[in-house]
Design a protein around this ligand. Structure first.
Ligand SMILES: N[C@@H](CCC(=O)N[C@@H](CS)C(=O)NCC(=O)O)C(=O)O
Length: 216
């Protein structure tokens, strides 16, 4: 198989999925290296040379290496022609509004909620408390924080379409990739508006294609 100049390292989890999704939105060909986290594949000397954090995902563009999923998603929109059905902000305020969703998703949802649950839930609940220790108070606080953050952003989620109109943006990719952890960690999305938005998103062809390739 001829390798594409764009390569994604990692699969089967929601952070690599962000990169698969943007690549499908932009209709770009890519090579997927289907390696898993915590399988040993991210701890080889060769891999650690690319990403000293020993984590997935990586986006590789020829010799350029990007090791954070949000940076990788943005790299695509900075470098490739915008598809007609994708929203890219064209001034600094609009860009800041997108960034608001990006940092909200990464900090308030991914880091404070999802990572806390992943590290401190018991293995039966798909957590790693066997490695990182049990922390029932932290788990309770994370679940409460999730409910509070969903309530806080609910009014900014539209009843139709995407966060910024009729086309998706990187804000949708980052936010939805966080919502995708809810089933895994039994987090209930206590907002009809957000549940409907999430259901709509999952019907998009690019989402489905990216999902199939990332999770197959
Ligand atoms: N902030 C990073 C997080 C990457 C991350 O935590 N990846 C997980 C899999 S989705 C991983 O490789 N975990 C292994 C570990 O924490 O050692 C990003 O968004 O790219």
């Amino acid at each position: 198989m001829v390798k594409s100049d764009l390569e994604v390292w990692g699969y089967k989890t929601y952070r690599p999925f962000r990169i698969y999704w943007i690549l499908h939105e932009y209709g770009l060909k890519y090579t997927a290296h289907k390696i898993g986290s915590r399988t040993g594949e991210t701890q080889t000397i060769e891999y650690l040379k690319m990403n000293a954090k020993g984590k997935i995902p990586i986006l590789q563009h020829n010799t350029k290496i990007i090791t954070e999923s949000a940076a990788a998603v943005n790299y695509i929109i900075y470098n490739y022609k915008k598809p007609s059905d994708f929203y890219v902000p064209n001034n600094s305020f609009k860009k800041a509004k997108i960034d608001e969703w990006l940092f909200f998703s990464l900090m308030e949802l991914d880091c404070l909620v999802i990572y806390t649950l992943r590290k401190h839930e018991i293995p039966e609940n798909l957590g790693l408390s066997n490695l990182y220790g049990k922390a029932p108070n932290a788990i309770k606080a994370a679940r409460e924080h999730f409910d509070r953050m969903i309530k806080a952003c609910e009014n900014n989620v539209p009843k139709n379409g995407w966060l910024f109109g009729n086309s998706p943006s990187v804000a949708d990719i980052m936010f939805i990739s966080c919502l995708m952890h809810c089933d895994k960690f039994k987090l209930e999305i206590k907002s009809k508006t957000i549940l409907n938005y999430y259901k709509r998103a999952k019907k998009r062809r690019q989402f489905i294609d990216a999902y199939q390739n990332c999770f197959e």
